[in-house]
Design a binder for this molecule. Sequence first.
Ligand code: GLN
Length: 273
Amino acid sequence: MRIEDLLIYGKSFCHSDHVKFLLADLLNLNPLELLNHLADYVEEEKIEIFKKEIASLKNGKPLQYVIGNVNFYGNKFIVNENVLIPRFETEELVENTMKYIKENFKEDISILDIGCGSGVIGLTLKKLLPSAQVDLLDISKEALEVATKNANNLNLDVNIIESDLFQNVSKKYDIIISNPPYIKDDEEIEEIVKENEPAIALYGGPDGLNIYKRILKDIKLYLKDKYLIAFEIGMTQKNDIEKLIEENLSNSKIEVKKDLSEKDRMIFIKNFE
Ligand code: GLN
């Protein structure tokens, strides 16, 4: 079969953009280049894989898990069912955090990414700040396997720690960053997310705030004198999280930022002007 035949085959089951992405990834081509190769023949082995992948997509598996990798902030990260698929909002969290770091800290800072999943946040920061000391932690062994592979693929020297929040942490950091699970246990979410992405990375208890509460209760012990905390948050959680911050970190300054969809999505907590 030729590339054109495979595109037609795929399109009869799945969205044509998804089919193009899948085939391009399989053949190591840019999706835009595919059209220049329509008449090329594809080896039998790859056709078999392609057909299996089309079947997975048709059965409702997210494209990113089928392909097995995503682009986050310009780098390629492996993903599988043990880690959340990174969202655009999380790229915005990294981008805003970088602005605070550049304006307020030196390059050789220490950074902790809590609930790192595939490692997109911590590893991107390490890539952007090569002299920073970056630690990534997660409670999930399976997620840490993915983060470790990503660190190796990107050639990044970081510490990867298996830990239930601060349980196995013994250092103090300049920057603590997290995109914890924050969906309410009974919240209606998209079927494809609910059915495929790990519940442990999505749900944060009855009000979605469990992990913020646990992190903020202990965080002071793990912060240096001058610090920045960066959280991704659910779009309705701003007021509740501000209250938790005031209870646990008096004298800190809070800045909330919206994502590109104008939703309250990030909270920055700092103790400097
Ligand atoms: N932002 C994710 C979603 O909308 C949720 C991830 C999280 O809970 N941190 O599905």
